[in-house]
Write a protein that binds this ligand. Structure first.
Ligand code: SP5
Ligand code: ZN
Length: 341
C-alpha cells in the first residue's frame, strides 16, 4: 500500500490545557514519526511526498472565509504584539445574540473554533496544508485505480467543521479528500470514522448531503469528548436524512462489541454503494490510550483492517488520533496490514 507523508507536519506543535494547566499537546510531531517508522520497518510499501494543491481544493468542505482566517491568523495575532501561540478564549454559545464575524483576531479565534484544543503558531498553516495535501494525493491515487492508500496526516482533521477548528484539527483532511473524489468523478463516497472521538466536523460538513454517507463509531457523547455531538439520533437533515449514522459505544468497550458495530457500519456502507471509502483512522481506541476509554488491543487492529477490506471498496486511510506514542505505529499499521491480508 502506498503511504503519503511529508515532514512539514513538524512545523506544527502546540500546547494544551490539561487538568487545568498548560502543557505540551498530546498531539505532537513524534506521533507521525512513530507511524512512519512502523510503515518502513514492516515494508508496507512506498512512501511518497504529497503533491501541491491550491486552497480552492479545500473549499467545498470548508467555507472561503474560514480558509482565509486560518491562512492569516498567525500574522493577525502577531500584529497585535503577541508572540506566544494563538488560542481562542470566548465562544458564541447558545443565547448570545450575534452571528456577525468579529473584526479583530481575538473575536475571530472564538468565531472559528469549537474549543481551545487547536493552537496556532508560526508553522501551523504550512503543516495544516501539507496534511490536507497528503489526503488529497491519497484520493488521487485511488482515482488512478489503487485499491488503497494511506495518508499519514498530521495534524488530524475530523473535529474541524465547515467553519471551525477544534480538538487538534484545522482542515478536515478526510472531508477534503471525499469532496475531491466527488469532484474527480466519484458518484458517491462513504466516510467511516473509527477514531475514539466522534467525527463531529465531518458530520457537520456533510450533514445535509446524500452523496457522502458518514458513519462514526465512538465513545458515547454523554461521557466522551466532543460531548455535544455523536448521538444516534443525529441522522442527517433534508436531502441528507438517513446519510449520517452514529454508533456510540459505552466506556470500556472491547473488541466483541466493537466488531459488531463495525459490521453494522459495513452494511450501511455497502448499501450506499460508494465509489470510494475514506477511513478516518484513529487508534485512540487502544486500551492504553491516555485520553480515551475503549479497550482495544494490538491484534484487534489487524481484524479491523480485515473487516474493512471485506467491504470491497477502494479505500483511503486518513490518519486521525491516537496518543499512546509507543504503540500508535504498531496499531495504525496493523489496520493497514490486516486490510492487505
Ligand atoms: C483527533 C482527536 O483525537 N482529537 C481529540 C481531542 C481531544 N481533546 C480533549 C480531550 C480531553 C480528554 N480529557 C480526558 C482526561 C482523561 N484523564
Ligand atoms: Zn480521537
Amino acid at each position: 500500500m502506498l503511504t503519503l507523508y511529508s515532514s512539514d507536519h513538524r512545523l506544527h506543535h502546540g500546547v494544551e490545557l490539561k487538568d487545568g494547566a498548560i502543557s505540551d499537546s498530546f498531539e505532537k510531531p513524534q506521533r507521525a514519526e512513530t507511524v512512519l517508522a512502523r510503515v518502513e520497518s514492516t515494508g508496507l510499501g512506498d512512501v511518497v511526498l504529497p503533491k501541491s494543491y491550491d486552497r480552492t481544493s479545500y473549499i467545498g468542505a470548508h467555507s472561503e472565509r474560514y480558509i482565509d482566517f486560518l491562512a492569516s491568523a498567525w500574522d493577525e495575532w502577531t500584529a497585535t504584539g503577541r508572540s506566544c501561540q494563538a488560542l481562542p478564549l470566548v465562544w458564541p454559545v447558545r443565547g448570545l445574540p450575534s452571528a456577525e464575524l468579529p473584526q479583530t483576531i481575538d473575536g475571530k479565534l472564538g468565531f472559528f473554533s469549537m474549543d481551545a484544543g487547536s493552537p496556532i503558531n508560526v508553522g501551523t498553516w504550512t503543516a495544516v496544508c501539507s496534511s490536507a495535501n497528503t489526503a488529497l494525493t491519497g484520493m488521487d491515487a485511488l482515482g488512478e485505480s489503487a485499491r488503497a492508500a494511506f495518508a499519514l496526516c498530521r495534524p488530524p482533521g475530523h473535529h474541524a467543521g465547515r467553519e471551525y477548528m477544534g480538538g487538534y484539527c484545522y482542515l478536515n483532511n478526510a472531508a477534503i479528500a471525499a469532496q475531491h473524489g466527488l469532484n474527480r468523478g466519484a458518484r458517491r463516497v462513504a466516510i467511516l470514522d473509527i477514531d475514539f472521538h466522534h467525527g463531529n466536523g465531518t458530520q457537520d460538513i456533510f450533514y445535509d448531503r446524500s452523496d457522502v454517507l458518514f458513519v462514526s463509531i465512538h465513545g458515547e457523547p454523554g461521557v466522551s469528548y466532543p460531548y455535544f455531538a455523536g448521538y444516534a439520533t443525529e441522522r442527517g437533515a433534508g436531502a441528507g436524512e438517513g446519510f449520517n449514522l452514529n454508533l456510540p459505544l459505552p466506556k470500556g468497550t472491547a473488541m466483541n462489541e466493537y466488531e459488531a458495530a463495525l459490521h453494522h457500519a459495513g452494511s450501511a456502507i455497502m448499501r450506499h454503494a460508494p465509489d470510494a471509502l475514506v477511513i478516518s483512522l484513529g487508534v485512540d481506541t487502544f486500551e492504553h490510550d491516555p485520553i480515551s476509554h475503549f479497550r482495544l488491543r494490538t491484534p484487534d487492529y489487524l481484524r479491523i483492517g480485515e473487516i474493512i477490506a471485506g467491504f470491497d471498496v477502494p479505500t483511503l486511510f486518513v490518519m486521525e488520533g491516537g496518543y499512546m506514542v509507543d504503540e500508535i505505529g504498531i496499531n495504525a499499521v496493523n489496520v493497514l496490514l490486516g486490510f492487505e491480508g
